[in-house]
Design a protein around this ligand. Structure first.
Ligand code: ADP
Ligand code: MG
Length: 657
């Protein structure tokens, strides 16, 4: 059964259940839906973006109290009683507004916190909002507020628990659809990239602060929506359901269900709600005494589940069902056909210099055929809709015109970097030109990676200036460097290990697309998305990774992961490419293919700066070599000059020369 059919079956069961089941079960299902909404937000926050929150119950409270207040005392205070039928909807607006404002401020403060300080921060505001609800006279204090008006849609009053339940689940399903779309899109890849830390995401052009805040506000709004529905379902509220304890339970739901999976939110909400229910009924009978023992047993069960199924129950189910049914028809290995390849190359801006087309196609077929011939037989064209040709797709991606060969595109002017007393880079001058491969060599610890970080915006020099595309880049974040066409790989590979090679490479094209959250949620981004996928597949193919297109990046050999990083950088249509030890872990044949690829990119007009230890590789490839030793530039010149340079021989061979 495909995922789509499973969802349809679930929807049919839900509808049948709401029509046929007794009230008790309907209200149980409604509660599960309400919890699932909050857990969905937590899946986005915790599982996808890597931020933990214990404080979501407080946002549920904001949504519930806003509408409860506006529907009762608030309407009178503001003289809005005439608007009676519309009050719940105004309440929703008010709740969303307040929640977004509060979450925006809290997020701006707490999201700066790193490590375990962020969850501690969420506990702090979770507690304070809860006490605020209980202590504000206008919100009814600890007794709460009653008389919350019923929800009305046009002429219908949604009053019965059954009707409210229907509405709740329509919203749950619609939101799962929208969030699934979001995750399968340009902004979705950016959200996923947050989990691997900021450096990589920023280097791909993602504004991580902004993206984190947006995810945080989204999760808060989902919680507020749940609160709004809750208030109109119960028609009465008090602070109890918005306490920190419940906040912890929400997090449990997301984690137990499988924090990285949207359907895990529904599963987790269902499991925990039903389990609590059962424990409350069964335990007193079993133990023969009354008392809230369910808390204890519940805690122990949680420990067990987390220990046994650390990734959550949903992935476990997915694995089991995948094993039970015959292996799904694997998509034929996707690669670019020879004939589409020509067209595709026309779409990649790395070719925009125009003078190299003959050269390029010759090289590509040469250096990738050995590696991928086994898979090209499938002949499935790239993942583009049949009716859209790659050439047409081109117009959906932002392209870049490259500087004329020989132009200095990246320049370090006297940059120095101190780490405390250690001078990792001292007064370094270095210029990288378009159409040139510049190698940076030097013994371990010489300061090469430090230099890379300085000229890519990952780190700020202590002194000196970095110029990129003729602009001085003082205090600029890495994403500003990316926007100007600089893309890089990392010595210590930074990939999303649990995502496919395709998705990882597509992230590289982040700055070439424009689709925002709303467009992605409503699936209005499909043309741009197809163009990004086509571009990613082209780069994957060109780097000889076609066989691994749909494999999780973390499952590849380390050498291949480095090549994935190169493909990801190329998907950005860079003008400057920084490669930190790209050939490490490659076999001889693979190194030759890599060298061919780099020569081809040079011919297309890219400026390439490469750190590499393999001297044969460097000397055969580079136009110019710079040598670092103990943070100082000891020599610069052609490979031939460097090989005979006394200071270099001294550094490498200890003066034996
Ligand atoms: P290379 O890449 O040439 O092997 P690095 O640039 O990684 O060298 O390191 C150069 C020196 O700077 C090393 O002594 C290293 O320990 C030090 N270093 C690098 N990064 C940091 C940091 N963030 N904090 C302190 N010292 C650092
Ligand atoms: Mg290094």
């Amino acid at each position: 059964m495909s995922a789509r059919w499973a969802v349809r079956l679930f929807a049919v069961l839900l509808i049948a259940g709401y029509l046929a089941l007794p009230d008790f079960h309907v209200s149980l299902a409604s509660n599960i839906g309400l919890y699932a909404l909050v857990a969905l937000g937590l899946v986005m926050m915790t599982g996808v973006a890597g931020m933990t929150s214990f404080g979501q119950a407080a946002f549920v409270g904001l949504g519930a109290y806003a509408t409860a207040w506006l529907g009762t005392a608030g309407a009178q205070a503001l003289g809005l009683t005439a608007l009676h039928p519309a009050l719940p909807w105004l309440g929703l607006l008010l709740g969303c507004f307040i929640t977004a404002a509060v979450a925006g401020v809290l997020g701006a403060v707490t999201l700066r916190l790193s490590g375990h300080f962020l969850p501690l921060g969420t506990i702090a505001w979770g507690l304070s909002l809860y006490f605020l609800f209980g202590n504000l006279e206008m919100l009814g204090g600890h007794t709460g507020m009653s008389g919350v008006p019923a929800l009305r849609i046009g002429p219908w009053t949604i009053e019965s628990p059954r009707a409210m339940g229907g509405l709740i689940w329509v919203l749950v399903m619609a939101l799962i659809w929208a969030l699934t779309n979001l995750l399968d899109s340009r902004p979705g890849r950016a959200i996923r990239a947050l989990k691997s830390g900021r450096i990589m995401a920023e280097s791909m052009g993602v504004d991580t602060t902004h993206a984190r805040l947006k995810v945080f506000v989204l999760a808060a709004l989902l919680a507020a929506l749940s609160g709004w529905l809750y208030a109109h379902l119960q028609r009465f509220i008090n602070p109890t359901p918005f306490s920190l304890t419940i906040g912890i339970e929400y997090l449990f739901m997301a984690v137990v269900g499988g924090a990285g999976h949207l359907w895990g939110a529904v599963l987790g909400a269902a499991l925990i709600t039903v389990m609590k229910q059962q424990l409350q009924d069964v335990l007193p009978q079993l133990l023969g005494v009354s008392g809230s023992f369910e808390g204890v047993v519940f805690g122990l069960l949680m420990l067990l589940v987390l220990q046994r199924y650390a990734e959550g129950v949903w992935p476990t189910i997915q694995r089991l069902t995948a094993r039970a049914r015959p292996a799904p028809q694997k998509r034929a290995p996707q690669s670019v056909q020879e004939n589409t390849k020509e067209k595709m190359q026309a779409t990649t801006p790395v070719n925009t210099s125009g003078n190299t087309s003959g050269n390029t196609s010759g090289n590509t077929s040469g250096n990738t055929s050995g590696n991928t011939s086994g898979n090209t037989s499938g002949n499935t064209p790239v993942n583009t809709p049949d009716h859209v040709s790659p050439v047409i797709l081109k117009k959906f991606l932002i392209a870049r015109t490259l500087a004329a060969p020989g132009t200095i595109v990246l320049e370090a002017q006297g940059i120095t970097k101190r780490f405390g007393g250690l001078v990792a880079n001292q007064d370094i001058h270095l210029a990288v030109r378009a159409g040139e491969i510049h190698a940076l060599i030097g013994p371990n610890g010489a300061g090469k990676s430090t230099f890379f970080n300085l000229v890519s915006g990952v780190d700020e020099p202590s002194a000196g200036t970095v110029r990129l595309a003729a602009q001085a880049m003082h205090q600029q974040p890495a994403r500003a460097f990316a926007a100007l066409g600089l893309c890089r790989t990392f010595q210590h590979v930074r990939l999303l290990r649990e995502r496919s090679v395709l998705e990882n490479v597509a992230l590289g094209a982040h700055l070439r697309g424009e689709a925002g959250w709303l467009r992605a949620m409503l699936r209005l981004d499909r043309n741009e998305e197809a163009a990004i996928m086509a571009e990613a597949q082209f780069q994957i193919h060109r780097c000889g990774l076609t066989a691994w297109t749909h494999t999780d990046a973390g499952a590849l050999p380390l050498g291949a992961q480095r090549i994935v990083e190169i493909a990801r950088a190329l998907a950005a249509a860079p003008s400057v490419l920084l490669l930190d030890e790209p050939a490490a872990g490659l076999r001889h044949q693979e190194k030759r293919q890599l060298a061919d690829l780099l020569k081809q990119l040079r011919a297309e007009g890219l400026a390439i700066l490469v750190v590499e230890h393999d001297m044969e590789f460097v000397m055969n490839l580079a136009d110019r070599v710079s040598v670092l030793d103990f943070g100082q530039m000891i020599a610069q010149g052609t490979p031939k000059e460097i090989q005979q340079h006394p200071a270099v021989l001294q550094a490498y061979l200890g003066g034996v020369a």
